[in-house]
Design a protein around this ligand. Structure first.
Ligand code: NAD
Length: 322
């Protein structure tokens, strides 16, 4: 009987979907139960994986795996070199969470501009005087730089344009006409325009090129009093450089859904700034999106078991030909 491992929890609707399939063994492995994981990988044909690392040891332990089905779109927690070497397909959920992450990004931008949480707290604490030093700002007329014009970046650009902003996009890996057709301004090199951006929002994948992309050099080139938004991955941002810019006032606000590590350490300087807007990696966790994501991850796992994987969900479709 084909075995599917569910590593960590997924929505009950996806469990119902898998339970309705005939002749399937479903094994639940808790986040911290590595020995159970390794033992079950010996004969599992699919695994549904959330944020936990899937390293070389896991891949070497997997003798019959037809698919690693990521419950998400980032796959930086998987040792892709080993997955490719052992010809194990890696599937993601495609575009089912992009609208949800784009909406959270707009919330973070708006909260930063309007200083929502700080004003909310002031009212509750009876601090009406905060009005005398109010420093919220308009989005209309502002310059926004979108880094990465994939599934999420495109949706963020479309939504933020409706606030009468001017949207610049840096994504050297796609046709620049796609950016123009969306009413945005393509930017081959972001370093040349950072001094003119009011809001920078990050939507690139985490890889060796983008790790620490937002470093001291990047921050130094930025305009004073800007907003940085990260709903992509924590390690793309150098926390100490951004923390220093927050303390010095060069940065007006940092809005983050993702951290390095997660959860963040208490001494992370971004946590200490009253203007920072923080959410606990909930970019894809609305009620609707949790169901869509879990179902897509379950469908991909089942497709792996049946040998009918859809290439459009694979990040390494080339391994199917091996
Ligand atoms: P995607 O693959 O559709 O798009 C990424 C885009 O970034 C691509 O167009 C690519 O060409 C571009 N890119 C790659 N390297 C670049 C670089 N150095 N400079 C500029 N552009 C570059 O991915 P997506 O689905 O839009 O996801 C974007 C990010 O959001 C990923 O980091 C993903 O892990 C993250 N994410 C976070 C959450 C959350 O819960 N917060 C949920 C989903 C996705």
């Amino acid at each position: 009987m084909p075995k599917i491992i569910i590593h960590d929890t997924i929505h009950s609707k996806a469990l119902d979907f898998l339970s309705e399939q005939e002749g399937l063994e479903i094994i639940f492995v808790d986040a911290d139960d590595r020995s159970k994981l390794l033992a079950n990988l010996l004969d599992a044909e699919a695994i549904i994986l959330r944020y936990l690392p899937f390293d070389r040891e896991c891949i070497e332990a997997s003798k019959r795996l037809n698919v690693i089905s990521r419950h998400g779109v980032g796959y930086d927690n998987i040792d892709m070199e080993s997955a490719n070497m052992f010809s194990i397909p890696v599937a993601t959920i495609g575009d089912v969470n992009s609208v949800t992450v784009a909406e959270l990004t707009i919330y973070l931008i708006l909260s930063s501009a309007k200083q929502g949480p700080r004003h909310n707290m002031a009212v509750r604490e009876g601090n009406w005087k905060i009005r005398e030093n109010a420093d919220a700002f308009d989005l209309a007329g502002k310059n926004v730089l979108v880094l990465g014009f994939g599934r999420i970046g495109k949706k963020v650009a479309k939504r933020i344009q409706s606030f009468e902003t001017k949207v610049f996009v840096c994504d050297p890996y796609i046709s620049q006409d796609l950016i123009k057709d969306a009413g945005c301004i393509p930017v081959p090199k972001y370093a040349d325009i950072l001094h003119n951006m009011d809001i920078v929002t990050i939507h690139v994948p985490l890889n060796t090129e983008t790790e620490l992309m937002i470093n001291k050099n990047f921050v130094d080139k930025m305009k004073n009093g800007y907003v940085l938004v990260n709903t992509a991955r924590g390690p793309i941002v150098d926390t100490s450089s951004v923390g220093e810019a927050l303390v010095s006032g060069k940065l007006f606000s940092v809005a983050c859904d993702v951290f390095d590590p997660e959860p963040p350490y208490n001494n992370n300087p971004i946590l200490n700034s009253p203007r920072s807007i923080l959410t606990p990696h909930v970019g894809g966790l609305t009620q609707e999106c949790s169901i869509r994501s879990a179902l897509r991850a379950a469908e991909n796992a089942l497709a792996g078991v049946k040998g009918v994987l859809d290439k459009k969900f694979l990040v390494n479709p080339q391994v199917l030909n091996k």
